[in-house]
Design a protein around this ligand. Structure first.
Ligand SMILES: CC(C)(COP(=O)(O)OP(=O)(O)OC[C@H]1O[C@@H](n2cnc3c(N)ncnc32)[C@H](O)[C@@H]1OP(=O)(O)O)[C@@H](O)C(=O)NCCC(=O)NCCS
Length: 215
């Protein structure tokens, strides 16, 4: 496998891969049925397209055919990116994508990486981590995350942050030495009806916040 930087010209290929991976398999997207019958979700697609050309996003390619085995979409995060508290809960009229943002915002606010590291003003944030299920290769996500950490270090960043919605990505970052700041169990994130908004199957029981300090 070869890990390389991606640019805007890779966006369509990345979205195609994510549509059969992250869009449908990521525990929150899957549990809420985010994707419509035609396989699309314009809000998630736009979210991903913005993060492709940050200069910090990477893909893993098969050395033999050049095909994309996985992708990690990263971006710089500062304390100014902290979400507004009202966006951290489900509100009337929320779309499914809004609900996914809400649980992400809830864990971001509950376990603020900059509060835990007050001397740091800039972190690399892992926004999307996904592998191609058709290729079925193991270890791709770990390799992408290892390169992400190396890239952050090479650019002089002192912190990498990763919100993990599932147990598998959490295992990847824990093995790389990330520390868990905390988590929010899915059965405690309730909608307007008082019921859990997301019910992903075990082992995906909580959304968790992880950070790796580089210096
Ligand atoms: C999560 C994801 C990126 C992991 O990619 P990967 O290349 O399989 O990850 P790795 O092989 O580097 O390691 C993942 C760990 O989770 C385990 N794992 C991954 N998929 C698994 C599955 N379907 N069942 C059981 N364990 C699984 C792996 O065995 C490994 O743990 P281990 O080495 O202790 O056995 C990939 O499954 C994926 O794209 N999922 C859909 C999108 C998603 O959920 N992204 C993360 C959101 S935060």
């Amino acid at each position: 496998m070869r890990v390389e930087a991606v640019t805007a010209k890779d966006a369509d290929a990345i979205i195609d891969m994510l549509k059969k991976s992250f869009f449908v398999l990521e525990p929150l997207n899957s549990s809420i049925g985010l994707v419509s019958a035609d396989g699309g979700c314009p809000e998630l697609e736009e979210y991903c397209r913005v993060v492709v050309p940050t200069g910090f996003s990477l893909c893993a390619r098969d050395e033999s055919d050049g095909g994309m085995e996985g992708v990690v979409l990263n971006a710089i995060l500062t304390p100014a990116d902290s979400p507004a508290p009202e966006t951290a809960r489900v509100r009337d009229g929320d779309t499914k994508f809004d609900k996914i943002l809400a649980v992400n915002h809830a864990v971001e606010l509950a376990h603020d990486v900059f509060a835990a590291h007050p001397d740091v003003q800039e972190a690399l944030d892992v926004k999307i981590l996904a592998t191609d299920p058709d290729r079925g290769k193991k270890g791709v996500a770990s390799e992408l995350m290892r390169h992400t950490v190396e890239l952050a270090r090479a650019r002089g960043l002192r912190l990498v942050r990763c919100v993990c919605s599932g147990a598998y990505s959490a295992r990847v970052v824990e093995r790389l030495g990330f520390s868990k700041l905390g988590g929010l169990p899915y059965d405690e994130f309730l909608g307007l009806d008082g019921q859990p908004v997301f019910r992903p199957p075990p082992p995906h029981l909580a959304i968790t916040m992880w950070a790796l300090r580089l210096s």
